[in-house]
Design a protein around this ligand. Sequence first.
Ligand SMILES: NC(=O)c1ccc[n+]([C@@H]2O[C@H](COP(=O)([O-])OP(=O)(O)OC[C@H]3O[C@@H](n4cnc5c(N)ncnc54)[C@H](OP(=O)(O)O)[C@@H]3O)[C@@H](O)[C@H]2O)c1
Length: 273
Amino acid sequence: MPLFPVDPSDRKPIGGDTVSAIGLGTWAIRNPRRALEVLVEAVETGLVDNVDTAEMYGDGAAEELVGKLLRIVGRDRVFVTTKVLPWRLWRPEELERALRASLRRLGVSTVDLVLIHWPLDDMPVAEQVKKLERVAISRGYARYIGVSNFDHRQLEEALEATASAEIVVNQVHYSVLHRRQVEEKLLPLALRNGVTIQAYTPLERGLVARHPVVRRVAERLGRTPVQVALNYLISRPRVVAIPKTEQRDHLREILGALGWRLPVEALEELEKL
Ligand SMILES: NC(=O)c1ccc[n+]([C@@H]2O[C@H](COP(=O)([O-])OP(=O)(O)OC[C@H]3O[C@@H](n4cnc5c(N)ncnc54)[C@H](OP(=O)(O)O)[C@@H]3O)[C@@H](O)[C@H]2O)c1
């Protein structure tokens, strides 16, 4: 038996919305023109409807790029996640200023989801989450709030802290080669509480393509290692994978991870990694 029931759906819940099981990241873009073409193509296929960005990426340039995407494909076709730098939480006016700047770069009046990029060490988690809720939700800058890089204890604390909004997402490093930390405690907690896990660095920056076990499974199934690595993640309930690419052929390979599921024996083999 695999560790989690296999989710056969290519749609995943986030709060009261559903999004595609694969979204696209926007960190470390080398060629913005090509990256934009790939993002547009991804949305135009109808297979991708969520994009991840952050005020930190390219010092705002990634949000501007996502803004261009929204103007080309239409605001309503993309669920946008962005992230605020955690030290904004020290001063509400600073947090508000940062959120307004993100919205301006994105060219939207409300972002779908805003995350605390990583937890502050020197402020209680409850206080961090309450501050985000107070500014982002109460003033209408975001539809949903969430966290990123929170471990299971921090997520538990965050879940207890909000007053009216829910924590709908924890975005964490999760891949077939970096799975234990997530699968042992975090994902079970997320599943119990209706929190979606956005899996970042799902390709280990391309490393999954060279891993012998992933390659062996891929060869056996007539898929590529990248497709196996992504399919492993989206086979989990409430897991959305957010790989990054700015190459058309890579996008097509990524999209080939949708529409099928690894057989149980393959999942079990990969769960030993
Ligand atoms: N919350 C956080 O703290 C946090 C941290 C890291 C990342 N993230 C988010 O997660 C997203 C993805 O993570 P990531 O960028 O770290 O890593 P990733 O998605 O695992 O890897 C991206 C790298 O893999 C390459 N790649 C993409 N498709 C490929 C394919 N089919 N075959 C071979 N190589 C391929 C990309 O190159 P090409 O562009 O040339 O295809 C890029 O160099 C980020 O963009 C960001 O939005 C969040």
